[in-house]
Design a protein around this ligand. Structure first.
Ligand code: SF4
Length: 311
């Protein structure tokens, strides 16, 4: 019995997640992915307990970040630059937990950078070609909160397993308008408490082209699958029993309509209508995304993404 407790006891105090403060990561996640999640964090709603594996991952990630920070310190100083670790009192005007994101400030050739280090799985490392959406937004918020004290944020990714080392540096510049909108979401939530009235995450669709030009449709709710509140404090965008069911119907070519051919066999009668509506909504949004992408890439016209228009 005592042997079994060794690992549990050893973890104590080592991979603790401080849920008492809203982080910039929570705000970015709320603005880009799920407003309700931010509301639940603000209300300190019950969440899933971390598993042994998740705690080890957090612990390892922190160690890797510390090591990369040492490397950046040495590299910056040997190039004649200045390096400073970020401390709690550096940005007294910010109420948010900046320390969980911003690791250091460096100055090189007269340019001032904030340094953010993220860790990723080995398998995900090779797909990195720039900051992820949430990381880009977090960096923009850092620049906004720094109020002119920083010229750029530089984002590095480190392979948690170590094999691939550290990524190229990715520079993020100011986008105060986006940063202010995202920070405004927290103000909106704190002045109107009640997370259940906030919208849930959106479901996404997985298509596979069929020979006749139609697309088979599967539903995915990756935000919920990774969310600590899923089925503890929130039912999610879709019930977990309906995840991983495979093909549920077709997006019929030319008609722009979802045809639920397998849906009825796979879900309970009372949920068929609700799920059909969810998929039909998601199809409409996805089509707008494709359209805005075509406008931007081929015609240089910026179209507001309907999925984010009310964020
Ligand atoms: S379970 Fe899904 S909808 Fe609910 S808070 Fe989490 S991500 Fe949002």
């Amino acid at each position: 019995m005592e042997l079994r407790e060794i690992v549990e006891r050893g973890f104590e105090g080592k991979a603790v997640v401080d849920n008492s403060k809203i982080t910039l990561g929570d705000i970015a996640d709320g603005w880009l992915n799920c407003k309700r999640k931010l509301g639940l964090k603000y209300e300190r709603s019950p969440a899933k307990e971390l598993t042994n594996g998740e705690r080890l991952r957090i612990y390892n990630a922190r160690k890797v970040k510390e090591n990369v920070l040492d490397i950046i310190e040495k590299g910056t100083e040997s190039l004649g630059g200045r390096f400073q670790k970020v401390s709690a009192d550096l940005f007294p005007q910010a109420d948010y937990d900046l320390l969980s994101l911003l690791s250091a400030l460096i100055e090189l050739d007269g340019t001032r950078y904030g340094v953010c280090i993220f860790t990723v799985r080995e398998g995900a490392f090779r797909y990195i070609d720039g900051p992820k959406d949430t990381h880009q937004l977090m960096a923009e918020m850092v620049l906004y909160l720094a109020g002119g004290e920083l010229d750029y944020v530089v984002v590095y990714y480190a392979d948690r397993e170590g094999e691939n080392g550290v990524s190229d540096p990715f520079l993020v510049s100011r986008n105060d308008q986006r940063a202010k909108s995202a920070l405004g979401l927290l103000e909106e939530i704190t002045s109107n408490p009640g997370s259940t009235s906030l919208p849930t995450a959106e479901i996404s669709l997985k298509y596979k082209p069929l020979k006749n030009g139609d697309n088979s449709v599967e539903i995915v709710a990756w935000q919920c699958e990774r969310c600590d509140y899923y089925e503890v404090s929130c039912p999610g965008a879709i019930y977990s029993k309906y995840l991983g069911l495979g093909v549920l119907g077709k997006d019929v070519a030319g008609e722009g309509k979802f045809k639920p051919d397998k849906l009825k066999e796979k879900v309970e009668e009372e949920h068929v209508e609700m799920l059909s509506r969810l998929i039909e909504d998601a199809l409409t949004r996805d089509r707008l995304r494709v359209l805005s992408w075509v406008c931007e890439v081929f015609f240089g016209i910026e179209v507001q993404d309907a999925g984010k228009a009310d964020s």
